[in-house]
Design a protein around this ligand. Sequence first.
Ligand code: HEC
Ligand code: HEC
Length: 128
Amino acid sequence: MKHVTPAALGLLLISGLVWAGDLPQSLRGATPVSDSAPPPEMAEYPDKGKALPRSLAHQPPLIPHKPTYPITTARNGCTGCHDPKRAKMMKATPTHSSHLDEEGGLKNTYYLCKQCHVPQQTVAEAAE
Ligand code: HEC
Ligand code: HEC
């Protein structure tokens, strides 16, 4: 094995330090693990009905409001407004006909709305 000179070792160390400085930062930023990091900024949603237009045909439209309505086995918080029977009263677009079975009920495969519809939200950049 070649003899490693102290100078070469020093260079190796310095390059190691430079590399460490370039490591990606965690989402917590520079907050030590023992401290609570400040909460992330609240997301902002467009006014209802003012989401970006679809960029391709049959794209599931973006959710133009908060997406936190609960979807559990007991109830679906989204159909409270988007079920075709209620949508007009709630001034919401009824779910697409593809989501419904012959009796007008929601198909199980469309139960988890956020599997396809994503909220349009403005958030501070999470990481560089
Ligand atoms: C309190 C009533 C309400 C609830 C609950 C609700 N929405 Fe909405 N939603 C609206 C209204 C009002 C609009 C704006 C009118 C429109 O575009 O349909 C809207 C718009 C949308 C749109 C855009 C429709 C389009 O054609 O551009 C999507 C997608 C959507 N909501 C999905 C959801 C999902 C998914 C949930 C559950 C996480 C949900 N909504 C819960 C009232 C509601
Ligand atoms: C498997 C994916 C999928 C799931 C799950 C899903 N959607 Fe959709 N949704 C779509 C697609 C795709 C479209 C666009 C249909 C088109 O224009 O051809 C759409 C369209 C819509 C529209 C707009 C209808 C219109 O006439 O403009 C609303 C409102 C909507 N969905 C609400 C919901 C709600 C509420 C849920 C949950 C109960 C849900 N979707 C679940 C894929 C999905």
